[in-house]
Design a protein around this ligand. Structure first.
Ligand SMILES: NC(=O)c1ccc[n+]([C@@H]2O[C@H](COP(=O)([O-])OP(=O)(O)OC[C@H]3O[C@@H](n4cnc5c(N)ncnc54)[C@H](O)[C@@H]3O)[C@@H](O)[C@H]2O)c1
Length: 357
């Protein structure tokens, strides 16, 4: 184990949490940050005292001492070029989801990381949520017998929905339900998805923006062992707290069931000024003085430890690529109004080669 120098690219909401986590950690010998908004760069630099604070992330990639890079920039189209540049510069990479926009970009990133012996992982933070980890552990230990079906329903506020849809055209499946697709696929390993049917529902977001933006998306997935599961994700809730998120999980097995309430209604702050609020209810979580409520701090340290102690990462990029293929298929299904079979043509080398001839 040896302390390392790390960089965070894009210190907005999530990158700010990652920078703050790294700044206070004993395994970090030096922190470096890149952020294009000058006022946010100054704010995070003031809070974290980095060795370098720059608007140009390429400056950081030239610094030999930096071994690991967290990429938390938006829009999501920045993920692939930033991850590619970082991996080609010889850095271990933690990349926020989505891994890329196109499947071939994800394949290229995975190939570079594997070829170069670099750690490469994707921010599926909910795997570090103790409730989600408990479901995975219970299934691995056989507590509920053989899994038979699963359901995950997740909703966030329309404020967040506007923020996300304002910067990219990615669907609720790609941007939100993606966490739950990753979670259920992880729980059901080694089964693989073979078919998906999805529908989107329009309402408040379309009315508010005038754009082609659904309020939520429901996805039904069939696995190669015959199990099917349902995941739904939406971003049209009224505000209950900045970035409020609520989740309900059912995992049904042959010998038992797991019912998980992660709806974040367990702490209520009621004041004359603001009325009822649900603190500590966002997906990544937040610092509470010396404590942290949520999964993102632990996830950030996990990657740091993976690099400093040469341990494996929990979220393999190949798994993120599988999730990506699944939500792309879900979007196709919603568009065509019919089930879509997996793997997609671009993932079938023999077929793709045949098509090219
Ligand atoms: N794991 C989770 O729970 C979770 C939650 C929210 C968002 N996310 C993901 O994390 C990513 C970041 O989301 P966010 O809400 O923090 O976004 P954000 O918009 O708050 O922050 C992104 C930051 O990147 C900066 N940026 C843009 N281009 C840059 C560049 N070239 N160089 C340096 N900085 C640049 C922006 O100025 C902004 O401050 C998204 O891709 C999203 O999918 C994950």
């Amino acid at each position: 184990m040896k302390p390392v120098e790390v960089a965070v690219i894009g210190t907005g909401w999530c990158g700010g949490i990652r920078a703050q986590t790294c700044a206070g950690h004993a395994l970090v010998r030096g922190l470096h940050i890149a952020e294009t908004r000058p006022e946010r760069l100054a704010e995070v630099a003031n809070a974290t005292h980095p060795r370098t604070a720059t608007a140009d992330y390429r400056e950081l990639l030239k610094i030999q001492e930096i071994e690991a890079v967290y990429i938390s920039a938006t829009p999501e189209s920045t993920h692939y070029p930033m991850a590619r540049d970082s991996l080609l510069a010889g850095k271990h990479v933690f990349l926020e989801k989505p891994i890329a926009i196109e499947l071939h970009e994800a394949d290229e990133l995975i190939a570079i990381a594997n070829r170069s012996g670099l750690k490469f992982t994707i921010g599926y933070s909910q795997r570090f949520n103790p409730k989600h980890a408990f479901v995975k552990k219970s299934i691995t230990e056989g507590k509920i017998g053989r899994p038979v079906s699963a359901l995950v329903s997740r909703h966030i506020t329309r404020g967040l929905g506007k923020k996300i849809t304002g910067r990219s055209k990615l669907s609720p499946a790609a941007m939100e339900a993606t966490h739950d697709l990753d979670f259920v696929l992880w729980c059901l390993e080694p089964a693989k998805p073979v078919r998906v049917y999805s529908q989107v529902n329009y309402g408040a977001m379309k009315e508010a923006t005038g754009g082609d933006i659904p309020d939520n998306q429901w996805i039904m997935v069939t696995m190669d062992n015959g199990i099917s599961f349902v995941v739904g994700g939406g971003w049209s809730l009224p505000p209950g707290y900045p970035n409020f998120a609520t989740t309900w999980i059912e995992m049904i097995g042959t010998e038992g069931a797991l019912l998980v309430d992660d709806s974040h209604r367990d702490v209520v702050l009621n004041t004359m000024k603001d009325g009822m609020r649900l603190p500590m209810s966002s997906m990544p979580g937040e610092f509470v003085d010396h404590a942290y409520a949520g999964p993102m701090e632990r996830e950030t340290i996990h990657f740091l430890e993976a690099v400093a102690c040469d341990r494996p990462v929990l979220v393999k990029p190949e798994q993120a690529r599988q999730v990506m293929e699944l939500y792309i298929a879900a979007d196709l299904s919603a568009e065509r109004n019919e089930p879509v079979t997996l793997p997609l043509p671009e993932s079938r080398p023999a077929l793709a080669a045949g098509a090219a001839r």
